[in-house]
Design a protein around this ligand. Sequence first.
Ligand code: GLU
Ligand code: MG
Length: 452
Amino acid sequence: MSNEATSTPELRCHEWLPSHVRPESGELAFLATSDLAAHTRGRAVRVESLSQTTSCGWVPANLGIGPSGHITDEIPFGSSGDLRLLPDFDSAVRTTAIPGQPPLTIVFADQVNTDGTPWHGDARSFLRQTIAELSADFGITVNAAFEHEFNDLGNAKPTQPFSLLAHRGLEPIGSEVMAALAEMNAEPENWLPEYTPNQFEVTVSPAPALTAADRAVLVRDTVSAVFAGHDRDVTFSPVPVAGGGGSGVHVHFGLNDDATGETLVFDADRPGRLSELAGRFAAGIVRYAPSLTAIFAPLVVSYQRLRPHNWSTAASFLGLQNREALLRIVPTNEIGGRDPRPQLHFEFRGGDIGANPYLLLGILLKAGMEGLRQGFDPAEVVVGDPDSAQTPPGQLPTSLADALELLENDDVVRGWFHPELLATYLAVKRAEIAEFGALEPAEQCSAYRTIY
Ligand code: GLU
Ligand code: MG
């Protein structure tokens, strides 16, 4: 008998999937999209039936699904209309490492019209188009990384900040999360016990912007899946317990020259060692952040986190190494003469788990581009207390309702979105306020703890 006759025939998809993705017969591939409530949704197909032209059906009204899982009334989409989930096979990953789960291939998909053109409600396409605009208009490319904080709900005893005991107490969950992320090429860097009792954090390496947002989805779903595999609850909610510490989703990003790959951020002779271009980009973010708060801090409970003295942020300013700044210039590691130039970058600290990662990164790039396009002066680099700033920092809204009003009334920001995308967003978020807005802080925390 020849070898060919006895070995399993190779699956056709092995010919075009990335080389680290080698599903076996009988496995499923999940075509994934992240919605306006930042939940990962989609459909699975058998890997045997995958072809390079595979897509599957999707429904425009799904864009109106709020955090509680219901389609919101008052959205511009009804029961009719059809879309396709079009897999981006370059984004495919596979994991065999989730306890209690069979191996799974995950492929990020764009929501497209039935003729294959991008759909105006799709957040991933919004980021993709924004990346293309930044490259075409300014010759800039962006690398980014999302940091996620979350709380283990399976331990009644408070842990000590940053402690080895906290780390060991949760094992093997930390090791399994890191192994699964590594297997999926998400390049995990740190797994850390964080400050708040039972709080942990995962960081990953920077990647090109679209991949960075895909990785953000992988991180949250992998953490949740590994905890679930151990019958243990976890929450990414911005404030799991009223009055307790918060969990953020921080976005690190740098600006590079499209042609040379060189950093555009560093200038040793300027304040904060920030180039003029990077300063103008930052000024756009600082200027538009109040109007964008409803997108980066989009939950009713988000406003229990966005407060002063919380190591999150309540004001829109660019700070040097200040963890209460909305936008922070991150310190560089110069041990042993390491070069700070390629390292210097920004950290945006306002985001949380309710923010769709593609929209979150997309709005930062859009706002930065406004700074360049409108020729803003470079943002003031505030050293130390924001009260010492020459220009008083812009205050962020203190409730989701106020944040939505600012978003709706900002002509510049409104212009970045298709009217139907924005109308759906506003409707979903206002329905969320109707559901959770009147609850006591502790009740809000408990409601969101189960959703995120
Ligand atoms: N937990 C803080 C937040 O809500 C961040 C703490 C840190 O600097 O990592 O964003
Ligand atoms: Mg942290």
